[in-house]
Design a protein around this ligand. Structure first.
Ligand SMILES: [Zn+2]
Ligand SMILES: [Zn+2]
Length: 393
């Protein structure tokens, strides 16, 4: 059943195909003469429906809320039948079965994401989680990335929900946590998630100019994976970048995890496009497309001090709590051992304007304190209490 999606034909041909499939439901090939155009103009050939490895993929207009599908299949049973010779033989008989299925296209997951008190978010039976199974190419990634983008925006626009000790702010913090098995996390998947985050960030900047609810904190993506993949601490990352520049080779620069700009596709190297800011303990990756009218919004000129919003150093992930966090199971195993991992779950009390969220154990490593003297381009800064950060995963 595997097959590529055929190119859609013209709209008049599609209409014709739809009309033919409506009145010639049997699709009987025995009709001889007109079999050739029928083959050519089936809904599948018209691009409405295409074969998948299991089930069907199809397109619907954005205005469609619910699809009602009648699934028909056969129930096969084997029985014995008498033959003319007085013996018996085994035969199969087919009993037709049909069942209506309603597919709620839009609100299956959106309702529970949008409403804090929704039963899907409670502890009752309605909150049971089902495993989503779809074949390769079935749209799983698109589905969850779409929901992730919705979550990013919703958290900002909802602001603080709840009150007192239950108050949770959506203006910053991790909104979506994706747990991957390291072997299954491919560079392509990370690149796709990064592309989504850069698109959301471009929109946030535009919206923020009119509506402060969108917040000044960029949407960022963090890769929280094993040490063999990306560095744990700023100092390691700094050494890798310095080493890459010195040797003019990215061979040991694990700190670079995206090889092309997730927004514009420009090639990236650690030796040419990464730098570090000692005062803020930030690793920065700038897109090289910084000139002309089509310059990248993540070039040094358009995004000074931030660049491409991809965090690959664990320390920066704790301090900045990116909107989308891609983590592997070995990091989850560390959760009870590293108090500062609680920052990723909204357990924050204080924010340093230079270094981000604070935690005693983290401060001991990074040298963050209650106040900072001016350093580099950073002015002297006092500490400030953090807003109640939201956990919503
Ligand atoms: Zn770019
Ligand atoms: Zn600090």
């Amino acid at each position: 059943m595997l097959g590529p999606r055929p190119p859609a034909t013209r709209s008049d041909e599609i209409a014709l195909a739809a009309a033919q499939s409506a009145d010639g439901e049997s699709g009987d090939e025995s009709q001889g003469d007109d079999s050739e155009p029928r083959d050519h103009l089936t809904p599948q050939a018209a691009g409405h429906i295409w074969a998948s490895s299991m089930g069907l993929s199809f397109t619907v207009p954005a205005s469609v809320g619910t699809l009602s599908v009648t699934a028909r299949w056969g129930r096969y049973t084997q029985s014995e039948e008498a033959t003319d010779q007085g013996t018996t033989r085994k035969v199969w008989s087919r009993e037709p079965v049909e069942h209506p299925v309603d597919i709620d296209v839009t609100s299956t997951a959106l309702a529970s994401l949008s409403t804090p008190g929704h039963p899907h978010r409670g502890t009752g039976r309605e909150a049971l989680v089902d495993l989503l199974f779809f074949p390769t190419g079935g749209g799983k990634t698109e589905a969850y990335l779409g929901l992730a983008a919705y979550t990013f925006a919703l958290r900002r626009l909802q602001g603080t929900i709840g009150s007192g000790t239950q108050a949770r702010s959506g203006e910053a913090g991790v909104g979506v946590l994706m747990r991957y098995t390291l072997r299954l996390l491919t560079a392509q998947q990370f690149q796709r998630a990064a592309a989504l985050v850069t698109a959301c960030e471009v929109l946030r900047r535009e919206e923020f100019a009119q509506d402060v609810r969108w917040g000044a904190t960029p949407f960022r993506i963090g890769l929280w994976v094993g040490t063999s993949v990306s560095p744990n601490w700023f100092d390691e990352a700094k050494e890798q970048i310095a080493g890459a520049r010195e040797s003019a080779s990215d061979k040991h620069a694990r700190v670079l995890q995206v090889l092309t700009c997730p927004w514009c596709g420009s090639g990236l190297t650690a030796r040419s496009h990464m730098e570090y800011d000692e005062a803020r303990r930030r690793v920065l990756l700038y897109c090289p497309r910084g000139e002309g009218t089509d310059r990248c919004p993540f070039s040094r000129r358009e995004s000074p001090g931030e660049g491409i919003p991809v965090l690959t150093v664990d320390e920066e992930i704790y301090r900045l709590a990116p909107s989308l966090l891609i983590a592997t199971v070995d990091k989850f195993a560390q959760l009870p051992w590293n108090g500062y991992a609680g920052l990723l779950f909204g357990r924050v009390t204080e924010i340093c304007p230079r270094h981000g969220y604070r935690h005693d154990d983290l401060d001991a490593k990074t040298g963050c304190g209650s106040r900072h003297h001016a350093k580099g381009t950073c002015p002297a800064s006092p500490r400030s209490p953090s807003p109640a950060s939201g956990r919503r995963t």
